[in-house]
Ligand binder design. Structure first.
Ligand code: HEM
Length: 369
């Protein structure tokens, strides 16, 4: 918990920004090769950028997915997280059959998962041993999340490996799909894209400038666009809970052991909670006095993107920080539009909701920033 506290997360902003710069610079090199069509699948780039960020800021290890997408760890991770029909079917089966049985079915997808886990656990364990050795020698203290957890002395080696697996899994595709949907919304609303770019250029003179939490705090429209993307395109569209006791929910008796579906993408669209334009992408709802943190909704619970309570997303501040940095760098450096403005984007559900066939975007460099 202390490692995820904003007091610590704010120190990670320079890492978020330097990886955001790397994303933009690598994309620019890619465009030089690709001229004249300048179309990229932004979901893949977002995924590589967030894997790198969780690597450096979460674990103190640069996976270099932006520069070298084909290393063992990168390909393994991308294989596990590529949305697949098989994974969807297994997810569905787990509702009816005990997940342990489903996970042990002798099918290729399960074999791939076991192998991927083995590779990632081995890499994570090696990393923890290196960090432990450095700590014992009293070498320089690292600020990444695992180092802070390691220093606390409260975790065994295997427990830390588990924590690392969770951070990478929970903190990688979630933010990358958020960034992908933000780009989509900004393509659909060029006036929002332009207004955001004007604010970014007014407050950050160039991509090479250093950016920290205080500087980003001075960009209200960036906050508004990011919050509205998180509301409108909740990357975890639903999750489940089992009731621990007999209880009443909204005056309905619910017995112990009932499966409850929590559905951020339904609650976040409620007209009762957000008003008649609930289904519109409208960053302005987060602008104006008292609205920056509420979006004009009366209750904190109107937004379920990160859930609430003791098992809500521990990485919320981390996610918001990296998302803001990535979006500011992208919008500052590129103008973008959909490759095909009439394309109907089909959503493939998995743990996160992502475009089935990727998000193909045409980029144009903004000179002089
Ligand atoms: C926009 C990005 C993100 C969204 C929308 C998101 C959303 C969520 C949600 C809905 C849950 C609860 C899942 C459940 O219990 O069913 C969750 C849990 C979690 N998230 Fe995030 N997350 C994001 C980014 C991150 C990041 C960047 C990290 C780590 C650096 C992270 C770490 C975690 C962890 C460790 C849990 C499990 C917490 C627990 O069970 O106590 N998340 N997240």
């Amino acid at each position: 918990m202390p490692a995820f506290n904003f007091r610590h997360i704010k120190d990670l902003y320079p890492i978020f920004w330097s990886k955001s710069r790397e994303l933009v610079e690598t994309l620019q090199t890619e465009l030089d090769k690709k001229a004249p069509d300048n179309v990229v699948e932004i979901g893949d780039w977002a995924s590589r950028a967030t894997l790198d960020i969780i690597g450096v800021a979460g674990l103190g290890q640069d996976f270099a997915a932006l520069r070298s997408p084909n290393t063992e760890l990168n390909t393994t991770y991308r294989k596990v997280f590529a949305p697949s029909k098989a994974q969807q079917m297994l997810g569905l089966l787990s509702i009816f059959i005990h997940p342990i049985i489903v996970r042990n079915l002798p099918i290729k997808r399960n074999d791939d998962m076991f192998e991927a886990q083995r590779v990632i656990r081995t890499i994570s364990r090696d990393l923890i041993r290196q960090k432990k050795a450095a700590l014992e020698k009293n070498e320089k203290r690292d600020i990444d999340i695992i180092s802070v957890a390691l220093e606390s002395g409260g975790f065994s080696e295997e427990n830390l490996v588990d924590q690392m697996m969770t951070f990478i899994a929970a903190g990688h595709e979630t933010t990358s799909s958020t960034l992908t949907w933000a780009v989509y919304e900004l393509c659909k609303k060029p006036e929002v894209q332009k207004r955001l770019r004007t604010e970014i250029h007014a407050k950050i003179q160039s991509l090479n400038e250093s950016v920290d939490a205080a500087k980003l705090d001075d960009l209200p429209y960036l906050h508004a666009v990011c919050n509205e993307t998180l509301r409108h395109n909740a990357p975890v569209p639903l999750t489940m809970r089992d009731t621990a006791n007999d209880c009443n929910i909204a005056d309905t008796y619910v017995p112990k052991g009932t499966k409850i579906i929590l559905c951020p993408s339904a609650v976040n669209f409620s007209k009762d909670l957000w008003g008649p334009d609930a289904s519109e992408f409208n960053p302005d709802r987060w602008m104006g006095p008292g609205r920056a943190n509420t979006g004009g909704a009366e209750s904190n619970y109107a937004m379920l993107t990160f859930l609430h309570g003791p098992r809500s997303c521990i990485g919320q501040s981390f996610a918001k920080g990296e998302f803001e940095c990535l979006l500011a760098a992208l919008v500052g450096k590129f103008e973008f539009e959909m490759r095909d403005p009439n394309e109907k984007i089909d959503i493939l559900g998995g743990i996160t909701a992502r475009p089935r066939n990727g998000m193909h975007i045409k980029l144009k460099v903004v000179e002089g920033w």
